[in-house]
Design a protein around this ligand. Structure first.
Ligand SMILES: Nc1ncnc2c1ncn2[C@@H]1O[C@H](COP(=O)(O)OP(=O)(O)OP(=O)(O)O)[C@@H](O)[C@H]1O
Ligand SMILES: O=C(O)C1=C[C@@H](O)[C@@H](O)[C@H](O)C1
Ligand SMILES: [Mg+2]
Length: 185
């Protein structure tokens, strides 16, 4: 077991990659508390993310999100799911880089458009995907992919896997890594 302070695992990836859902599956599998920075932001703001975007604007949301990620990395020791765009913030990038360098696990949940589309349904709850959802998703994934890949210590392709199976795949990947580092699994 890791002795790194902070969360046991942090999940990053685009909308529909399954961060929130897989976090719950991992929490159940490992009997760990689950936290989601999108929920933390909504609790702090007292309104839904879509409402924050409309009423206050994206910069306000991103500032709330930056604080939520910092606090969660400091005080949460279970499974942590981030919002899809949280990794774009420079402070968050620095914090995740440091967390990974100290032995923390950052998993990039990868997914292709064909599999993400039916999952998210591209509805009103995801303000960044309004307009032409497929094109928006593709553009943001293209821009963010290098960031997800750079910050992640593990990448798991989720296409065609149910959330519980993704959790199992993550566990297997981590076991392979531990063995590679010469630690028993
Ligand atoms: N591996 C999967 N297979 C099929 N459906 C999935 C999978 N993972 C998640 N889903 C479904 O896709 C939808 C979106 O999943 P989820 O909210 O976990 O994505 P997310 O990565 O947290 O997105 P966001 O960045 O918007 O928070 C949910 O309805 C969920 O049940
Ligand atoms: O990908 C994004 O930028 C977002 C993803 C969601 O998790 C929310 O954090 C919000 O809708 C923005
Ligand atoms: Mg989520």
């Amino acid at each position: 077991m890791s002795t790194t302070p902070g969360p046991r695992i942090v999940l990053v990836g685009p909308p529909g990659s399954g961060k929130s859902t897989v976090a719950l599956a991992l929490g159940e599998r490992w009997q760990l508390a689950v936290r989601d920075t999108d929920s933390d932001v909504e609790a702090t703001a007292g309104k839904a993310i879509a409402e924050i975007f409309v009423a206050d604007g994206e910069p306000v949301f991103r500032a709330l999100e930056r604080d939520a990620v910092r606090v969660a990395l400091e005080e949460h020791d279970g499974v942590l799911a981030l919002g899809g765009g949280a990794v774009l913030d420079e402070t968050t990038q620095e914090l995740l880089t440091a967390y990974g360098a100290e032995g923390g696990t950052v998993v990039f949940l990868d997914v292709t458009l064909a599999h993400a589309a039916p999952r998210v349904g591209f509805n009103q709850a995801r303000p960044l995907l309004l307009g032409n959802p497929r094109a928006q998703w593709q553009a943001l994934m293209e821009a963010r992919r290098p960031v997800y890949e750079r910050l992640a210590t593990v990448r798991v392709l989720t296409d065609g896997h149910r959330p519980a199976d993704v959790a199992e795949l993550i566990e297997q990947e981590l076991a392979v890594l531990r063995r590679g580092e010469g630690n028993p699994s």
